[in-house]
Ligand binder design. Structure first.
Ligand code: MG
Ligand code: ZN
Length: 172
């Protein structure tokens, strides 16, 4: 079956939103899911949102850790998400491995990762959401035409009110 309907997406930054940002998290032992995020993601999926992760990983370009380290951690993170009932695979994770000085078009606030996701999945950007903790997350989403953005505090669980507001907006 081919689904020709345009999908709405929930774009999520990784560090500081999904997991606690300890600075250049690259090892499984340093990856700590933020309270309630998996439940929230699951609920968003139940409301018809395709989950997309967009993460700047300049630690690779800076030589702090390798692409293999990133892939290993991503595989582990996806497994934990799947264990929690989230439907997601590797194709839904976009990362920028470049150094900030490289002038690439994927490092947020550039919209490259969002555009790549849009192309891969046929996303309805206008009706999609981005949740991030940095101004560059929000800028990148706006540069890519994402209709709704929310900036939260780094490492803070989403409050009950934010969850309610988001899910209400998501259903609208
Ligand atoms: Mg972040
Ligand atoms: Zn890049």
């Amino acid at each position: 079956m081919i689904d020709r309907a345009m999908k709405r997406a929930l774009f999520l930054d990784r560090d500081g939103v999904i997991n606690v940002d300890h600075g250049y998290v690259s090892r499984i032992e340093d990856f700590e899911f933020i309270d309630g995020i998996l439940d929230f993601i699951k609920t968003a999926q139940a409301n018809g949102y395709l989950l997309i992760i967009v993460t700047n990983q300049s630690g690779i370009g800076r030589g702090y850790y390798s692409s293999e380290d990133f892939e290993r951690l991503t595989d582990w993170m996806l497994e934990k998400m799947q264990d929690a009932g989230v439907v997601i695979d590797r194709s839904q994770v976009f990362h920028c491995p470049h150094d900030p000085d490289s002038g690439c078009d994927c490092r947020k606030p550039m919209p490259g990762m969002f555009k790549a996701a849009q192309e891969r999945f046929g996303i309805d950007m206008e009706n999609s959401w981005m949740i991030g903790d940095k101004p560059s997350d929000i800028e990148a989403a706006e540069n890519a035409g994402v209709g709704h953005t929310l900036r939260i505090e780094t490492n803070r669980p989403l409050s009950g009110n934010i969850k309610k507001m988001l899910l209400k907006g998501m259903n609208a």
